[in-house]
Structures are given as C-alpha cells and as structure tokens.
Design a protein around this ligand. Structure first.
Ligand SMILES: [Zn+2]
Length: 473
C-alpha cells in the first residue's frame, strides 16, 4: 500500500499548491456543446478479447428540437483519452465529415447545417486499446485479470469537458437517449453485464444484442467466467455478475437499498438492475448498471452497493452536470446511502462551499466536502423542515426531472417549494447559486465536529483519505 500512497501524497501537495494559487473555473465548464440536441444510438463493437482491443462502429441519429441551426456536434468519447482511440472514419448522412479529437471530446463539423427540426445520421468508426494496467488510475476502459470494463465507449452528445481533474469527480455530462441498440461480438464467449437488456444471441453465442431505453450512457463489464445470482424486489430483478464478490451479501444489501430508495423517492426507472464485478479502482454508476470492484469487502460492500444504487435515481434517472456541480448527484446519493445504512458522520475537512466544480476542490477534501458535508447539509435540512416536507421535495424533484437534467439549484428549489422555506438560507454554502443575497440567513449549516487542517494531516489520515477517495465515485 505504501508504494501506492506516495504518488497520492505528492498529488496532495500539488493540489495544495494549486489551491493556494487560486482555482479558476475551467473554460470547459459551460462551454457550448450538443446537450440540447436529441439522439438515439446504434453501436456495434467487435471485441478482441485476447488482444484487449475494441473496434467500434456507432451511429447517432441526431435531431434538433431547437430553433437555431447547428453546425457542429460535440461527442464525449472516453477511449480518445485513455484508450489511444484512432478515429477511422466519420460520416454525416453518408458524407465524409471533418472531425477533431481533443481530450475526451470528438467534434464533428456537419457538411450541411442541422436546421431546426432536422435530423442527421452521424456514424463514427474507431478502434481503441483496453488498458491492460491495473495502475492506470481511471478504470473506465480496461481489461485486467480477464474482466473487461468499458465506460462511455459510444460517442455520445455532450459538451467539451476536461478529463483531468484533481479529484475523483466524474468529468461527464450527457443527456438521456430514448433508445440505444448495442451489438457486442467477441472471438470467445463472454458473459456481459450491461446497462441494457439482452434481446438476442447468435447461434454460436459470440454475438449478443442489447437494447436500453432512457439511458445517458451504456457501459458494460464482461468476463468469460462470470457467475450469476439474482433476486427480486418490487417486481424488478437485480442480477449480480461476479467471480469474487460475496454474492449473497451484495444482493441482500442491494435489495435493501433498492427498496428504500423506491419507497422514499419514487419508482425505479428500468426493467432490471445489473451489478457487474469490476477490476477497477473505483465503483461506477451507469443507468441500470453499477460496477463494484472485485476486492470490495467488509463495510465497504455495504457502503458502495448502497451508494452506487442511489445513483440509479440521481445520475441515472435524474441527470445533472457531474463535472460542473457534483453536489447534485453525489451529495444526494450520499445522503440516501448514509440514511439507509445509518452511517451519517462528521466531515474530516473544514466546512466549505458546496457549489463548486470537480476541478475546484482538492483531492484531500473533495469526498469529505461534496459527499460527507453535502449529505450532512441535506440531513440538517430534513431535520429542520421535517420528514414529510423533505421527502415530498425529493420526490417532486425526481418526478420533475426524470430522464432529463436536474441540478443543484433545481434540487434546492424543489426542497424549498415543498417546505415553503426561503432559498436565501442556502447562500452561505452555495454562494454561486445564490449570489444576490448579501445577508444569508444561515440556514441548516450542520455542526460537523472537529475539522482537521488538511495541511497537518498525519500520514495515517492521508492514507484513510486516499482509501476513501480511491474506491468511491
Ligand atoms: Zn457517487
């Protein structure tokens, strides 16, 4: 563990320097993109399992519901950044199109403008390497110990979002697609855990087709030797694909969390929930799918299973800009997690504002601020306004933004509308979202106990923070 800690400690020191220099909002946050367009996706991947490589042929059927013509499209494509992806061809309605790959974004210049009400078929073909290294630090697109994980491998309408960040935050924002069709082919028979439902298998078993509705990404994990275990809750099936995880315990915890969230927030949004064992440094959420790292044991199983499943409600169903305002999905998911598991606790970092982007917190305090203080903030609000009004607000927010894009302000507004409280109370912790209130009324700033100065953390404390940071998303 020590050898893995040292780079982290160095990163911590570097982050402190950046913090001292003053962080500016990166230009990428809020840059124009393609989030207002609509699309369905039809993607085929040929997986070279032995070689650890994928060739992808994906078509986005894009429509423009707005009133202004669109001249270029921005797609998020993570393998550009971490899979050495080579884009082989981009066509729009069959015509070759100029494109530019930068960071994790693929910008396509449309040969003719996409007018209001118009449609275009954008086909992208690329090949990329699944990282073979367990130390790549990302875990979005890799093959390690025989398990493939692929996140955000379908070019998906987005805006330019900078991949590098000092925190474990998710540098993504994508809108929900009404339909996604996926065909996965490999040279050997694989068991897939995906965001969709399997709808077909070839006679030789090597090609499988899946469909998903109302998803904002389509991730999968695959292995030749996954075992499978299922349970039913509220008429829905939860299936775990695993090799090493304690299956019975994972399903028990999943069932408890799932039932609680459905009861308190609203119905689960897809026909089934899949849990895929991953060989990644982090757990990860996807609509109708979560990844739990193979090595997860003990209390971390309880925490991670509960946290990732909470994201089915907030991130999966109700989307938000995960890069620009992580409070919207992470604080709410964490609040649900710590409520259902009874593990609400004080933060180990000083109180801080809660409405910054993932680029503007330090690695040392990102989790402790956005997740832990965020959950405490919501819990203090709940205690202040009472359970009935609080949960009504959460349910209203979920219903209003399901399959759309919510956000921190939208969440707080929904809570205030249900409780009848004044939004000015949020100004102290959300100064950017409530800039017009010079005399914030205070609001439910939670008491969080002793807060260590991050610069004087002991090595053991750094190790604990590192451990929290590395396995949570
Ligand atoms: Zn999370």
């Amino acid at each position: 563990m020590t050898d893995r800690l040292l780079p982290r400690a160095a990163a911590l020191a570097a982050a402190a320097v950046v913090a001292a220099a003053g962080l500016a909002m990166p230009a990428q946050v809020g840059a124009a993109g393609s989030l207002d367009l609509r699309a369905t996706y039809d993607a085929a991947a040929v997986i070279d399992y032995a070689g650890g490589r994928m060739s992808v042929d994906s078509t986005a059927s894009v429509s423009n519901p707005g009133s202004a013509a669109v001249h270029r499209l921005v797609f998020n494509l993570v393998p550009l950044r971490i899979g050495d992806a080579v884009v082989e061809a981009v066509t729009v309605n069959g015509l070759a199109a100029t494109h530019d790959a930068d960071d994790q974004s693929l910008t396509v210049v449309l040969p003719t403008a996409l007018v209001a009400g118009g449609q275009a078929q954008v086909r992208v073909r690329y090949s990329a390497d699944l990282s073979p290294s367990p130390a790549d630090g990302h875990g979005y697109f890799r093959k390690v110990d025989g398990i493939i994980v692929a996140a955000r491998w379908i070019p998906w309408l987005s805006r330019p979002v900078e991949f590098d960040r000092p925190t474990i935050g998710n540098p993504f924002v994508t809108a929900s697609a009404a339909q996604v069709d996926v065909t996965l082919t490999s040279e050997r028979s694989l068991v897939y855990a995906t965001s969709g439902q399997r709808v077909g298998v070839s006679a030789d078993g090597l090609t499988q087709t899946f469909v998903a509705h109302n998803v904002r990404d389509f991730n999968f994990a695959a292995a030749p030797d996954y075992q499978q275990a299922s349970t039913q809750v509220g008429g829905k099936t939860i299936t775990l694909y695993y090799r090493d995880l304690p299956a019975e315990r994972v399903l028990e915890l999943a069932e408890r969390a799932f039932a609680y969230y459905a009861d308190m927030v609203g119905d689960y949004s897809w026909p089934a929930l899949t849990i895929g064992e991953s060989v990644t440094p982090k757990a990860l959420e996807s609509p109708a799918l979560v990844w739990i790292p193979a090595s997860t044991r003990g209390a971390r199983v309880t925490y991670l299973v509960s946290h990732e499943i909470a994201h089915e409600w907030f991130y999966g169903a109700v989307g938000s800009d995960q890069a620009a305002e992580p409070f919207a999905d992470e604080a709410l998911a964490e609040f649900l997690t710590r409520t259902v598991t009874g593990t609400m606790r004080a933060s180990r970092c000083p109180d801080d504002t809660l409405d910054r982007s993932i680029y503007e917190y330090t690695d040392a305090c990102y989790f402790e601020t956005v997740y832990v203080q965020g959950a405490l903030y919501l819990d203090a609000y709940r205690r202040d306004v009472g359970d009935a009004a609080f949960w009504r607000g959460v349910r209203d927010y979920y219903a209003a933004f399901r399959f759309g894009m919510g956000g921190t302000r939208q969440l707080l507004d929904a809570l205030d509308a249900a409780s009848g409280r004044d939004g000015a109370r949020h100004a102290a912790r959300f100064p950017r979202l409530y800039p017009d209130d010079p005399t914030p009324s205070g609001g439910p700033t939670p008491t969080v106990g002793p807060s260590p100065n991050p610069e004087s953390l002991t090595f053991g404390a750094v190790a604990r923070l590192w451990w929290f940071g590395v396995i949570v998303e």
